[in-house]
Write a new protein. Structure first.
Length: 369
């Protein structure tokens, strides 16, 4: 920490995902002190503080920020609250570490970035799948030419959520959740896909509402072309009893497949060499010896390092925006029936301010949500 100080850390939103943030802070307890938690549910805040000994409970973020003056705040609330709360955190001088999805639209994301200052405070977003060591190993092999060019990919987030899940008032609504499984579930795998393959160029998509009584979709499919020329299919679903998260990338020299559910280790990656690849060449392809699981703990480390250095952390700014732009393009393509290119959705486009394209005359029946 700057001048050797430990960071004063606070959490807003003491629901289920806050436990992952607490675990990450516990793993980095030599660097941080959890000093406070805010939640509108007083009982939930008190329960969190019972575990985070020494943390003070609050029902109001403004009071927490004024009294505790934290250095870093985890934002673990529903997406509809993110832009307002992250801006308050930044305006107080603290850094924000915010859960996915970052916010409900590209417009809101740009509002958050506008509230940052050079050298900090910054807002970083939790895309923890980037930070498993096996993902870094793949990127190194690809950059070194070991795998050849990536050609074909598949990105799959097929999970199952029942009616009770959507009984929570803010879920399944454009105004409060911002989107369906493409926004709230598959965004993790899609971010990892972009992290592995680089810039996307164009997307063509379809969405549907097949089973749940919600405003948003409950399944989406998309075809994505990357700047490299590689093509990928993307499937996001909350209708799938056999739950799995999967990325498969067919390169010139190998097929690389990651299969897991909510997090991975090195054993979850499989490399299959092409017939022309000699066995000796694949020795380096095995998982790296420092097998770091994808997790909030792994994702927090670079945020703390960036704070120490006064530099922008990963998963923030333009880096954090790229997957949100892909999601916006997916929805625009599904609603309009056209392909959407990266960089196309700008201020003035209906899909800049809402993933549903508020103000855009589109059909909202059948396969079009």
């Amino acid at each position: 920490m700057p001048n050797g100080k430990r960071l004063r850390v606070a959490v807003v939103g003491a629901g289920g995902i806050a436990k992952s943030h607490w675990a990450a802070y516990e793993a980095h307890r030599d660097d941080v002190d959890v000093v406070a938690v805010a939640d509108v549910d007083e009982t939930r805040a008190a329960a969190f503080c019972a575990e985070a000994v020494g943390a003070a409970p609050y029902q109001d973020l403004d009071t927490l920020l004024a009294e505790q003056e934290p250095d870093l705040v985890s934002v673990c609330t529903p997406p509809g609250l993110h832009v307002e709360q992250v801006r308050k955190v930044l305006e107080s001088g603290a850094w924000a570490w915010c859960e996915k999805p970052p916010c409900r639209s590209l417009a809101e994301y740009d509002e958050i970035v506008a509230a940052e200052r050079e050298g900090g405070p910054y807002a970083a977003f939790v895309f923890q799948h980037r930070f498993g060591s096996a993902a870094g190993h793949f990127r190194t092999l690809l950059a070194d030419g070991e795998l050849g060019r990536p050609l074909v990919a598949h990105c799959q987030t097929t999970w199952y959520r029942d009616a009770a899940y959507y009984a929570v008032p803010w879920r399944g609504k454009w105004a409060t959740e911002g989107g369906g499984p493409a926004m709230g579930h598959g965004i993790h795998q899609m971010d990892l896909l972009l992290h592995l393959l680089g810039d996307w160029a164009e997307v063509r998509a379809m969405t549907a509402r097949l089973a749940h009584d919600v405003e948003t979709e409950d399944v989406s499919t998309a075809l994505v072309r990357f700047e490299s020329g590689a093509l990928a299919t993307v499937v996001n679903s909350v209708l799938s009893p056999d739950e799995v998260s999967r990325i498969r990338i067919d390169c010139e020299n190998a097929t690389v497949e990651l299969t897991h559910l909510y997090g991975y280790r090195g054993k979850d990656w499989r490399y299959t060499p092409a017939p022309h690849v000699v066995a000796d060449r694949t020795t380096r392809w095995s998982s790296p010896p420092d097998d770091v699981a994808s997790s909030h703990t792994a994702a927090l480390a670079p945020v703390l390092a960036a704070y120490r250095a006064g530099r922008r952390p990963p998963c923030s700014g333009a880096d954090g925006r790229q997957v949100l732009e892909l999601v916006a393009a997916l929805y625009k393509s599904a609603f309009t029936g056209t392909g959407v290119r990266r960089g196309e959705i700008v201020p003035g486009d209906p899909f800049y301010r809402s993933m549903a394209g508020i103000g855009q005359q589109v059909e909202r029946e059948g396969a079009r949500v």
